[in-house]
Design a binder for this molecule. Structure first.
Ligand SMILES: C[S@@+](CC[C@H](N)C(=O)[O-])C[C@H]1O[C@@H](n2cnc3c(N)ncnc32)[C@H](O)[C@@H]1O
Length: 249
């Protein structure tokens, strides 16, 4: 029985695909892909493959996900080489693990191929290290989506040096207000990385209080970074003198 590959596509740049992902994509008969998978990444797949869009932007996720499961089962039963392609890493806010479990429960073998997650790659590409000796000893990756936010206790993250928020664009003002209320400094630097790792990438540097005041224009998809490490971006870009050296190292 053919196994199904659940594969991470990385954040958009095809050169951030893993070697293993490239290999299975080149051999795929069916590529079942998400909204955030870029056209450049799809171009790395077997051109003769059947490409099926599994994006969740056309309906309620709780309706679309069972549809995705049904399609996965149908493709797995066909015996063809199936690649289920997720943006970033399949198991970071990607429901790859649920699909893996579903296929395993139905008797299919699954191989997971991790991907480069937007959560860690986009800050690095933008010149924002998530950890740095003397500045940031910890980071947390958190969803800003509404459904999960209903139970988010933002005070849990007050002691975490750097926060990485995915799916936070729509609720950005509320989230920033809640972070300030929970104890983070209002003037703490923050940055949105919009359409990261694509030719349309845009980085917006700001502060928590500006976001809370609804003064920051940004579009989805974007990753929000909150923490002192954001200040390092200009230094790493060569725009500042090495003022940090003694303090930071
Ligand atoms: C459903 S989550 C999927 C995350 C994905 N599994 C990963 O590991 O990157 C979607 C969110 O990831 C972030 N994201 C993914 N790709 C992105 C990109 N190229 N640019 C900016 N944000 C991105 C955004 O916060 C977006 O709302």
């Amino acid at each position: 029985m053919a196994k199904v590959h659940i594969v991470g596509a990385g954040p958009g740049d095809p050169e951030l695909l893993t070697v293993k992902a490239c290999r299975v994509l080149a051999q795929a008969d069916i590529v079942f892909y998400d909204r955030l998978v870029s056209a450049d990444v799809l171009a790395a797949a077997n051109p003769a493959a059947e490409f099926v869009y599994a994006g969740k932007d056309h309906g309620d996720q709780e309706v679309v996900q069972p549809w995705i499961h049904d399609r996965l089962l149908e493709y797995a039963r066909s015996g063809k080489s199936v690649v289920r392609l997720h943006g970033g890493d399949p198991c970071i806010f990607g429901r790859g693990a649920e699909e893996w479990q579903f296929l395993a429960e139905n008797g299919f073998e699954v191989e997971i191929i991790p991907g480069v997650s937007s959560a860690t790659a986009l800050p690095a590409l933008a010149g924002i290290p998530l950890t740095l000796r003397g500045v940031s000893r910890s980071f947390a990756v958190i969803t800003g989506s509404c459904r999960s936010d209903e139970s988010t206790d933002w005070s849990r993250y007050t002691a975490v040096d750097t926060l990485v928020l995915l799916m936070a664009v729509r609720r950005r003002a509320d989230i920033a207000s809640e972070l300030i209320l929970a104890g983070r400094p209002a003037d703490q630097p923050a940055a949105f990385i919009e359409r990261g790792a694509t030719p349309a990438e845009r980085v917006v540097e700001t502060t928590l209080e500006e976001i809370a005041g609804a003064g920051v224009e940004v579009e989805s998809p974007a990753v929000l970074i909150v923490g002192e490490v954001v200040r390092l971006r200009r230094l790493l870009a060569g725009e500042l003198e090495a003022v940090v050296s003694a303090e930071v190292c």
